[in-house]
Write a protein that binds this ligand. Structure first.
Ligand SMILES: C=CC1=C(C)c2cc3[nH]c(cc4nc(cc5[nH]c(cc1n2)c(C)c5CCC(=O)O)C(CCC(=O)O)=C4C)c(C)c3C=C
Ligand SMILES: [Fe+2]
Ligand SMILES: [Fe+2]
Length: 354
């Protein structure tokens, strides 16, 4: 028999003896692949440029015709933005591991999910990034080399957008397109209204607010924006964000004045989904609101956009405009609440494969 040592014994039995010259048969395991957006390998010009080039060349992210976009991308954006974004990443970099917080949290989520599913020794959990390393293709191949002939792929975005969920799916299927022997696959759908997710967010908000010595008059659910034109062309992201906030309001017993929906992280000259978080924070302070809290339900892990743009910049804007108390509520990250969401959805998608 020429079977790899780690093959599932049940699968080995089903296959039966193979001739010595037979190529290795690696089957019997189930892979779970967590995928987040991605992140640069370092904050210097070269890694930043490499990351931004891959990200901003994605036609799912920038829908402008290449003939218009590429001269701007190569002529302006990739000359100026690496330095600016690198400085922002440097402020939040995990120095101990020399990596971004997004990578640290994604790795930890993968490890904790692996432990949670530990009773199933035929399940292998791994993680990858849409842009940068480790790539979806590398990790998918590695799962297959480890015997996975079935893979559940989980794009780590609660609300669906073509700019995030769809491009992760594209990249995953692009990797499969190159394979002779493809695994059976399932992709985890968006979960903007899943009770386990709403409950996890509500508890993390409640816990955080209990730890404060002030009570926010307004709480902002700040989601990453997308251009309005994408919404008009049918991207359901805006509706998904609104639904998450509405369900949270119902769960927390808050009205629309207490819990607002805003959109952050604009890029380029187009109009993006509104109201904008930075403008809202400033307006609230100018109107006399003294205490606010901001959280980021659309981000599975804290990252540049939550730590630097919200915890840092938005806080400064609020204080400069006359606000007194500003607090950023961390993302679910690898907390028990956050892992309960990931584990519940993965177990559901694994049904029949466990
Ligand atoms: C047109 C550009 C962009 C769209 C559309 C977009 C959508 C989008 N992004 C996220 C989540 C994240 N984005 C992050 C960083 C980031 N986003 C853009 C541009 C668009 N995003 C850029 C250029 C960058 C890089 C940083 C910068 O130069 O400003 C991150 C953080 C990654 C990290 O390493 O920390 C996340 C997460 C969502 C959810 C989304 C649409 C729904
Ligand atoms: Fe983004
Ligand atoms: Fe809508």
């Amino acid at each position: 028999m020429n079977l790899p040592t780690k093959i599932d014994p049940k699968a080995a039995k089903a296959i039966g003896p193979l001739p010595a010259e037979h190529p290795p048969v690696r089957v019997g395991k189930v892979g779970v692949l967590l995928v987040n957006l991605g992140t640069p390998d370092g904050t210097d010009y070269a890694p930043m440029r490499r990351y931004l080039k891959e990200f901003l060349s994605d036609p799912r992210v920038i829908e402008w015709p290449k003939a218009i976009w590429y001269p701007i991308l190569y002529g302006i954006v990739l000359n100026t933005r690496p330095k600016k974004s690198g400085a922002a990443y440097a402020e939040i970099w995990n120095q101990e591991r020399n990596e971004s917080p997004l990578r640290t949290f994604t790795r930890s989520q993968g490890e904790k999910l692996g432990e949670a599913l530990g009773e199933h020794d035929h399940v292998i959990v791994d993680w990858a990034m849409r842009y940068g390393q480790p790539s979806i293709e590398t990790v998918t191949k590695s799962l297959m080399e480890r015997g996975c002939d079935r893979i559940v792929m989980f794009p780590l975005y609660p609300q669906y957008s073509a700019t995030t969920t769809a491009t992760v799916n594209d990249k995953f299927f692009e990797a499969l397109m190159k394979m002779r022997f493809q695994p059976a696959v399932r992709t985890v759908p968006s979960y903007q209204d899943e009770p386990v997710y709403i409950e996890a967010l509500a508890r993390s908000i409640e816990k955080h607010l209990e730890s404060l010595d002030f009570e926010p008059e307004v709480v902002i659910a700040s989601y990453h924006g997308i251009p309005q034109s994408y919404f008009r062309r049918g991207d359901p992201y805006h509706c998904h964000c609104q639904k998450t906030t509405r369900l949270l309001r119902e769960r927390l017993g808050w009205d629309e004045k207490k819990l607002m929906t805003c959109f952050q992280s604009r890029f380029g000259p187009e109009e993006w989904l509104q109201p904008y978080t930075d403008k809202t924070v400033e307006k609230l302070a100018r109107e006399g609101v003294k205490s606010i809290a901001v959280f980021n339900p659309g981000f599975v892990s804290d990252c540049l956009e939550t730590l630097e743009e919200i915890a840092g910049e938005a806080g400064e804007i609020f204080h400069e405009a006359g606000g007194k108390n500003f607090t950023h509520i961390p993302c679910l990250n690898d907390t028990d609440e956050g892992m309960a969401v990931i584990e519940t959805l993965v177990r559901r998608e694994l049904s029949g494969w466990l």
